[in-house]
Design a protein. Structure first.
Length: 514
C-alpha cells in the first residue's frame, strides 16, 4: 500500500483502512501531534488503541516508522494484522532465519516499507544502524512501545531501553512517540528525561476501564476458589498469575487434571516451549494460561475475558498492567485477586535482593491498601494514578464497578459499613452484564456462532490468531446487522476496505445462508 498523503483526513484513514467510525479518547490528538512533528508522550490504558496512534501517521507520512517493541510475539502479531490490512510492515529480531532477515532488509531498503518493528536490544547494533542509515531510508518517526520500561521508577525497568536515546539522536529530524499504559508522575518525568524528548506534548487518558469488574477475595482455599470461578467462565479465555514457577506448575497440573484446557508460562521453560504455549493461547487452542509475571506484556489478544491473581502482585502498577490484559475489545471482563497475609510475607522476603527496599515497601503498601480497601476499588485504583473517579458516571458503569459497590447495593444502608473481614471467598458471582450476548436474538447468536466457526477455519489456513481476521465485537455487529451488500458490510464495526476485499464474499455468503 502506498503512503497516504498528509492532506488526507485521519478519520478517513481510520474508517477506510481499519474499519472504525470514530477515534477513542486522545487518539486523534496524539496522531495530530505526531503528524505535526512534535515529540509526544501518550499514556493510554490497555485497550485504549495505542497502536493506531503510530500506525495511522505511518500511513500518512512518506518515510519509515520504527517501532521499538519488547516482545517477539507482539511484533509478529502486529505485523500479521497489518499485513491482513494490506499495509507494508516487517519485523527484524532473533527469530528470523537468515533468508527472512535478508528479505526484511530488502523491504526496508526499498523505501516502500511503512513500519519496521525492532527490539530495544536489536536496535543498537551495527547492522541495524547501517540499515536505517541506508540512502533510500528516511526515518520519520521513532515509536517506543511500553515506554515505562525505560524508567527505573517503573515496575518493569529494562536496561536495554536506555540506549534508545542514543539512537534517537542519530535521527534528529524524526518525531518521537512514547506510549505506555501505566505511568505515575515520576515515571512520566523519567521517560521524558531518559528519551531526551524536546518540549513534548504529554497526553494522558483516563485509567478507568469500566468494562472490567474488580473483585478481591480472601484467600482461603485458593484452588477451590479458582475452580469455582472457572466453572462460571467455561469456554472463556483468561490468564491466571502466580507468584512463583512452582505455583504455576502445580496449579496448571491441577487444572489439566480436571479437564481444563490450560498451559503454563514462566522463565523456567525453554524459549521454544514458552513460544509454543503462548501461540496456543493466542490462537485459542487453550482457554487458560497459568503464568508468572514473565507472561503478558504486549499480548494483543482482545478477547481475554478474565485475569485471576492467584497470588498478590508486588505493586499497583503491576496489578493494573496485568488486569488490563482483559477486555481489550471493550466487552465485559473480570479481574479476581486472591489476597492473604502469606503473600505479603513472600514478597517482603524478596526485598533482601532489592536495590531499594524502601521503594519496594512503598509499592507493596499501595497494593495492600488496595486489597484491604473498604471503599470503591475503582476509586482507589484511579486515585493511585492521580485520577479522581467521577461520581457522575452513568449507571451502566456503576453496575459493573467492583465487589464492594455490588455488596453495598445488596444490603441496607446501616449495614453498608464494611470491614477487612468482609473480603470473603466466592459464594455466587456478582451480577454483571454480558455485553457479548446483550440485545442479541437467538437467531443472531446462531449466525455469530457460524461466523466464529468460519473465522476459526480461516485463521488456521492463514496461520494467524482468530482475532487477526475479526474480533468478537465485529462478529456480533455483523450478526446483529445482517449485511447483504459490500457497502452494508463496510458499515460494520472493524470492517475496512482491505478486510472486505479479502473476506467479504465468505461473510456475505454465510449471512445469506442464515
Amino acid at each position: 500500500m502506498s503512503f497516504i498523503e498528509k492532506k488526507e483526513n485521519p478519520e478517513k484513514v481510520l474508517k477506510s483502512i481499519f474499519g472504525y467510525k470514530k477515534f477513542r479518547p486522545l487518539q486523534k490528538e496524539i496522531i495530530e501531534n505526531v503528524l505535526e512533528g512534535r515529540d509526544t508522550l501518550a499514556i493510554l490504558p490497555t485497550g485504549g488503541g495505542k497502536s493506531l496512534c503510530y500506525q495511522i501517521p505511518a500511513l500518512m507520512m512518506e518515510g519509515l516508522t520504527v517501532v521499538i517493541s519488547p516482545l517477539i510475539a507482539l511484533m509478529e502479531d502486529q505485523v500479521a494484522q497489518l499485513d491482513n490490512l494490506g499495509i507494508a510492515a516487517a519485523y527484524i529480531n532473533s527469530s528470523l532465519s537468515w533468508d527472512d532477515y535478508k528479505a526484511a532488509c530488502r523491504q526496508v531498503q526499498s523505501g516502500k516499507l511503512k513500519l519496521l518493528y525492532v527490539s530495544p536490544e536489536g536496535l543498537n547494533t551495527e547492522k541495524m544502524l547501517n540499515l536505517l542509515h541506508s540512502p533510500s531510508v528516511k526515518v520519520e518517526c521513532i515509536t517506543i512501545d511500553e515506554a515505562h520500561c525505560i524508567s527505573e521508577w517503573g515496575h518493569d525497568f529494562r536496561p536495554d531501553y536506555l540506549d534508545i536515546a542514543l539512537i534517537k539522536k542519530q535521527f534528529p529530524q524524526s518525531v518521537c512517540l512514547a506510549l505506555t499504559a501505566t505511568a505515575t508522575e515520576q515515571v512520566k518525568k523519567d521517560i521524558i528525561h531518559q528519551l531526551k524528548m524536546e518540549e513534548p506534548k504529554v497526553l494522558c487518558a483516563s485509567f478507568n476501564r469500566p468494562n472490567i469488574f474488580l473483585h478481591v477475595e480472601r484467600k482461603a482455599k485458593p484452588l477451590e476458589q479458582v475452580l469455582c470461578f472457572l466453572e462460571q467462565h467455561k469456554g472463556e479465555s483468561g490468564i491466571i498469575y502466580c507468584f512463583s514457577r512452582k505455583n504455576v506448575d502445580q496449579l496448571n497440573f491441577e487444572l489439566q487434571r480436571r479437564g481444563i484446557k490450560s498451559l503454563s508460562y514462566h522463565a523456567g521453560l525453554t524459549d521454544a516451549q514458552r513460544s509454543k504455549n503462548q501461540k496456543a493461547f493466542i490462537q485459542d487452542k487453550i482457554d487458560v494460561m497459568v503464568a508468572t509475571v514473565a507472561f503478558g506484556m504486549g499480548i494483543n489478544k482482545p478477547d481475554v475475558r478474565f485475569v485471576i491473581h492467584y497470588d498478590m502482585p508486588k505493586s499497583v502498577e503491576q496489578y493494573y498492567q496485568e488486569i488490563g490484559r482483559a477486555g481489550r475489545d471493550g466487552l465485559s471482563a473480570e479481574a479476581l485477586l486472591l489476597f492473604g497475609p502469606g503473600d505479603i510475607n513472600k514478597i517482603r522476603w524478596l526485598f533482601n535482593d532489592s536495590a531499594d527496599s524502601t521503594k519496594a515497601e512503598n509499592l507493596l503498601r499501595g497494593m495492600i491498601n488496595y486489597a484491604e480497601s473498604t471503599t470503591c476499588r475503582r476509586k482507589q485504583l484511579l486515585a493511585y494514578f492521580g485520577e479522581n473517579f467521577c461520581e457522575s458516571q452513568d449507571k451502566d458503569e456503576k453496575d459493573c464497578c467492583c465487589d464492594i459497590c455490588a455488596s453495598v447495593e445488596k444490603i441496607s444502608a446501616p449495614a453498608a459499613i464494611l470491614t477487612k473481614a468482609s473480603i470473603q471467598p466466592r459464594i455466587k458471582s456478582f451480577p454483571k452484564k454480558n455485553q457479548l450476548k446483550e440485545n442479541i436474538s437467538d437467531e443472531d447468536q446462531k449466525l455469530a456462532d457460524k461466523l466464529r466457526a468460519w473465522r476459526r477455519k480461516a485463521a488456521d489456513e492463514l496461520e494467524v490468531p482468530p482475532y487477526v481476521i475479526f474480533g468478537d465485537k465485529s462478529l456480533y455487529d455483523i450478526a446483529s446487522k445482517h449485511p447483504r451488500t459490500t457497502q452494508e458490510l463496510l458499515n460494520c464495526y472493524g470492517i475496512g476496505e482491505s478486510k472486505t476485499e479479502k473476506f467479504g464474499y465468505y461473510i456475505l455468503r454465510i449471512v445469506k445462508e442464515e
